[in-house]
Design a protein around this ligand. Structure first.
Ligand SMILES: C=C(O[C@@H]1C=C(C(=O)O)C=C[C@H]1O)C(=O)O
Length: 92
């Protein structure tokens, strides 16, 4: 196996972990959506999203990555998370 193939195998392995984590996260988000629906709470919590953004930015920075990239990844996750919650809570 050449170096490129080896590295791609590594990416495939990591993607499996990412998929597991993303799916698990979405299932928890859906549960949160159900709780919010029961309690009449809004779908979006700006304060919580800010906390997450700060944590992600800090972690990217620590790993020598541009913190602006953390915003891009997290924004996609939040978008999908809220889409899943919308299925159980409606708009908000
Ligand atoms: C899951 C929640 O709902 C929304 C989605 C979030 C997320 O996916 O992390 C965070 C805040 C909320 O805007 C929550 O309130 O915790």
């Amino acid at each position: 196996m050449n170096v490129l193939e080896e590295l791609r195998r590594e990416i495939d392995r990591i993607d499996e972990c990412l998929l597991d984590a993303v799916i698990e996260r979405l299932k928890v988000a859906r549960e949160i959506g159900r709780v919010k629906a029961q309690e009449g709470l809004p779908l979006t919590d700006e304060e919580r999203e800010k906390e997450l953004r700060e944590r992600w930015r800090k972690r990217f920075k620590t790993e020598g990555l541009d913190p602006a990239l953390a915003d891009i990844v997290l924004a996609s996750i939040l978008k999908v998370s809220k889409e899943v919650q919308r299925g159980v809570i409606g708009d908000g």
